[in-house]
Design a protein around this ligand. Sequence first.
Ligand code: MN
Length: 239
Amino acid sequence: MRPRIGVTCGSGGEDGSFTLRPQYVEAVARAGGLPLLLPATEDVPAEAVLEAVDGVLLTGGGDVDPDWYGEEPRVVNGQINPVRDRFEIALCRAALRAGRPVLGICRGAQVLNVAAGGSLYQDLAREMGTSLQHAQKAPGWYGTHKVTVQEGTLLWRLVGATTLRVNSFHHQGVREVAPGFTACAHAADGVVEAIEGAGPAWALGIQWHPERSYKVNSPEFGLFKGFVEACRAARAQQA
Ligand code: MN
């Protein structure tokens, strides 16, 4: 049986349609998971959503409302989606409490950090003062900046490398790493590019978009394989 992977969605447009780039679904399916889309809703408690899945993939999107990490919004903050914030943060906390695997990608890494009690830079260029290009203009499959992966970490075991060239489509980033988490990859300017749970629970946040680049950068596929395997183990534990 394939482990059931809950994949969160964005929403927008004139009619508020739910949105998801198909690469997330493809990556999960190719890694052996059963992708199940989870639309943000205020009408189902997070625990009930979690019962339907073995692990949670928090996907990319807009900015988290800085109120979640105790800050007023500054002019550099981007679009927020209050319903999605509430849904994903509650779901993430429920998953962490229950020991279900969580993989956060881009915004998802930021949601994971905030849900666990960390904070963000509302804008890296203007608040951290970096001039490294984190909002690349190159195609998504192409890695434009380097990250250094901390040896001995979960991320390091999954990708089997201490350096990667990754794509970059973010203007925010982790400021204070959440309690119980560690930074496991950094860009050359010191920006945190990945965080992971320091405890036994499988929780990983990736600031880049491996789902757009893994076909041409195979070590990155290890992220999805490792995530799906962790979800399989979580499913076996519940049975
Ligand atoms: Mn970056």
